[in-house]
Ligand binder design. Sequence first.
Ligand code: UD1
Ligand code: PEP
Length: 440
Amino acid sequence: MVDGLLQVEGGRPLSGEITVRGAKNLVPKAMVAALLGTTPSVLGNVPLIRDVEVVSGLLTLHGVQVDYDQTAGILRLDPSRVEAAHVADIDAHAGSSRIPILFCGPLLHRLGEAFIPDLGGCRIGDRPIDFHLDILRSFGAVVDKLEAGIRLTAPDGLRGTVIELPYPSVGATEQTLLTAVRADGRTELRGAAVEPEIMDLVDVLQKMGAIISVDTDRIIHIEGVEELAGYRHTALPDRIETASWASAALATGGDVFVHGAHQSHMTTFLNIFRKVGGAFDVRDDGIRFYHPGGDLRSIVVETNVHPGFMTDWQQPLVVALTQADGVSIVHETVYENRFGFTKALCKMGAAIQVYRECLGGTACRFGQRNFYHSAVISGPTPLRGADIVVPDLRGGFSHLIAALAAQGTSRVEGINLIDRGYEHFMSKLGSLDAKVTRLA
Ligand SMILES: CC(=O)N[C@H]1[C@@H](OP(=O)(O)OP(=O)(O)OC[C@H]2O[C@@H](n3ccc(=O)[nH]c3=O)[C@H](O)[C@@H]2O)O[C@H](CO)[C@@H](O)[C@@H]1O
Ligand SMILES: C=C(OP(=O)(O)O)C(=O)O
């Protein structure tokens, strides 16, 4: 059995207020950046999620003193003892998150070597690390692939370089930034990802003393510097969690105010939310998302890199689309295998077919490669409670939404996977008037 079993009495609108704190896709990376400083860093708006715990564990192993005030959301990271640390048990962190790969540059700069255990993260495709390794080699690192991970050294130090990414990968862009800021000389990165979380990481690094310019057309220039200091920063809010609660409000016919949500990071989501028939009010302290009554409308949407519709927004929205009138199409162009979660929705009464073809307009890199990466959702179909198993983080949250929207009782197994990206989701569900009971 996968950890965590939840019983959900569905068919009730989610209604009330919750707070969203810092982004899962920024906070752990800002924590890694602290390794580059000679003085302590302080990060605010830090949520209590598993990826923060995993990275805290890894940093502690590397000699960083980590103090986390969970209630205030303040994390203090003191890297002054990294050189003296004796690293053991790093394998214990294998398979828990994707963040360890981002330790490469900072550890090479500080220690001249790094060992990175096998990565975790959601299984939504192959998730290769070829871009990361090519980037590190281009800076001058020597990479040895071992059975339990990779070992890196930099016998001649790390030197600025020119990198052209074959695809605007978020992680590869962050790898470049975290390595280039202290490399010798200038680095030019072409084809960079420009997600808001990356821009927030650029802000963090600039506060530390880095020289980074983000130019038009996905080009980033970095001038390496000799030394970086610690930073003080408040993490940007989690736009994926925000969109997830928004979709939950829509799918259940509810009304949820998300404190802390920012409009500017969510423009594309808000446009789609409105087209589907959802309503929202933007306030200085957050965004209210609600179902205004009437029928939801079907839609054609394609996931893409920023500023496109984010791939991590897709799964919760699909649940709302099962309640929309007509045929919706979702074309997933970022990951090749991200519709596994739809099987459970079909078991609950949804009518969703997945296709290998690129449906919805544009051809993507998966079109000729036999991946089921387009979904056709016919609605509206009533959902009924069922016993379902969470496959991954976002798919898992979409299962939870489906159980909340469905008539009857569902048992959702494996909900601990959801802790990786949704802070206090059980108590948030309670404050939104959901009837959920943890059975194990
Ligand atoms: C911790 C974190 O921030 N995770 C996010 C990050 O993942 P992550 O940084 O892993 O995602 P990438 O942007 O790197 O991946 C995008 C695509 O590039 C491919 N690729 C990537 C690296 C590589 O070396 N080779 C390669 O082929 C991937 O398989 C995928 O098809 O961005 C994704 C896209 O917004 C989000 O869904 C994830 O939530
Ligand atoms: C795919 C995701 O995360 P990760 O890259 O950490 O697996 C996600 O947050 O949905």
